[in-house]
Design a protein around this ligand. Structure first.
Ligand SMILES: NC(=O)c1ccc[n+]([C@@H]2O[C@H](COP(=O)([O-])OP(=O)(O)OC[C@H]3O[C@@H](n4cnc5c(N)ncnc54)[C@H](OP(=O)(O)O)[C@@H]3O)[C@@H](O)[C@H]2O)c1
Length: 331
């Protein structure tokens, strides 16, 4: 590593890179976006020019081989995460990879192993947990504001209108649970602060056998329950509630709160509501700055690839259940 700024490359001209993560890297205090690669040379060149990125490559291989790049951000379709994380690790690049980290827990562990063997950092890009609001919600639960936590309720749905989108493609790791339900699983595990023992799910499948809608239940130790729904076919909704014996913490726009200040509501029944306001932040910026700090100072990341594997284990169990008509499945 040279200097005090991490030099990033991004694999592909993906929407999420263009819209959120690339600009965050460019705005970060400890990073710069040095290169973009695309399967298509012209697309890479035009993207680089439009977004002020100095280098453009017509293949992912060329970017991975560039000695000036310290870290690679991977917003490829889910089915390609494993291959490119391992190729980056073997080239000595640190890796921030989009969620879900892989198609299953075994792949996550293989990627973790490759990162360890090559001495590089690897993190799954669940950006919502870098917003300070989530820590505040955890503190309120731990502080007894809702009494004893009994249930997490969450939802992440939106309407995907483009028929050629990667999310409809089973070969690329599509599906509602993989795309947005993974946030509900992650936030449930985060707020309960434990791993579920058993899960159950029901889904609606497309004619290509991808889940377009899925409802899941997670049973944690002490019978704390999380239930959630996710869909690629319904109006945009994203909310998390932590419900306890004495009240409910309500977190609107839980995963994509934007950069303005955001509320946390505390409902105590019969319409009684207190609202706390948390200052606005760019969660993508906080995520990439945390990642670069960890790499530049050789410190551990806040979230490990093992943590990503634990999330995938739950997702796999939910799919097993949904494929079997809602049969309860151990995690
Ligand atoms: N954290 C978040 O807020 C967030 C939000 C949305 C998505 N995501 C995650 O980010 C990843 C990308 O999602 P996205 O919606 O940004 O995807 P997208 O716009 O469809 O971009 C994916 C890119 O991958 C490249 N690619 C390589 N092989 C491909 C193939 N066989 N089919 C299609 N594209 C291929 C393409 O780039 P080139 O043609 O340039 O090579 C394409 O532009 C997914 O893992 C998703 O879960 C995260």
């Amino acid at each position: 590593m040279t200097g005090d700024r991490l030099r990033w490359g991004v694999l592909s001209t993906a929407n999420i890179g263009r819209a959120a993560v690339n600009p965050a890297i460019q705005a970060s205090r400890n990073g710069e976006l040095l290169a973009v690669a695309s399967r298509d040379t012209e697309r890479a060149r035009a993207f680089a020019e439009n977004h002020g990125i100095p280098r453009a490559f017509g293949s992912y291989e060329e970017l991975v081989a560039d000695d000036d790049i310290d870290a690679v951000y991977i917003p490829l379709p889910n089915g390609l995460h494993r291959e490119w994380v391992i190729r980056c690790a073997e080239a000595g690049k640190h890796i921030l990879c989009e969620k879900p980290l892989a198609l299953n827990a075994a792949e996550c562990l293989e990627m973790d192993e490759a990162a360890r063997a090559n001495g590089v950092h690897l993190m799954e890009a669940f950006m919502y947990r870098f917003h300070p609001r989530i820590e505040r919600v955890r503190a309120r639960i731990a502080g007894g504001d809702i009494g004893v936590l009994r249930m997490i309720r969450s939802s992440f749905t939106f309407k995907l209108t483009r028929p050629d989108n990667i999310r409809w493609d089973p070969d690329l790791g599509g599906g509602a649970l993989m795309d947005v339900g993974c946030y509900c699983v992650n936030v449930s595990r985060t707020l309960v602060d434990a791993e579920p023992i058993e899960v159950q799910a029901f889904a609606k499948w497309t004619d290509r056998d991808v889940d377009s809608e899925l409802v899941g239940t997670l049973r944690f130790p002490d019978d704390v329950i999380a239930h959630f729904d996710c869909a690629l076919t319904m109006e945009r909704n994203e909310v998390v509630e932590a419900a306890g014996t004495d009240g409910v913490v309500v977190v609107p726009s839980a995963f994509l709160p934007g950069t303005d200040e955001v509320p946390i509501h505390l409902d105590r029944g019969r319409g009684a509501r207190e609202t706390e306001t948390v200052a606005g932040h760019d969660e993508y910026l906080l995520m990439v700055e945390h990642f670069a700090d960890a790499v530049l100072n050789d410190r551990p990341l806040r979230y490990s690839a093992q943590e990503a594997a634990a999330n995938m284990r739950v997702i796999e169990a939910l799919y097993r259940s949904a494929r079997n008509g809602g049969r309860p499945e151990s995690v």
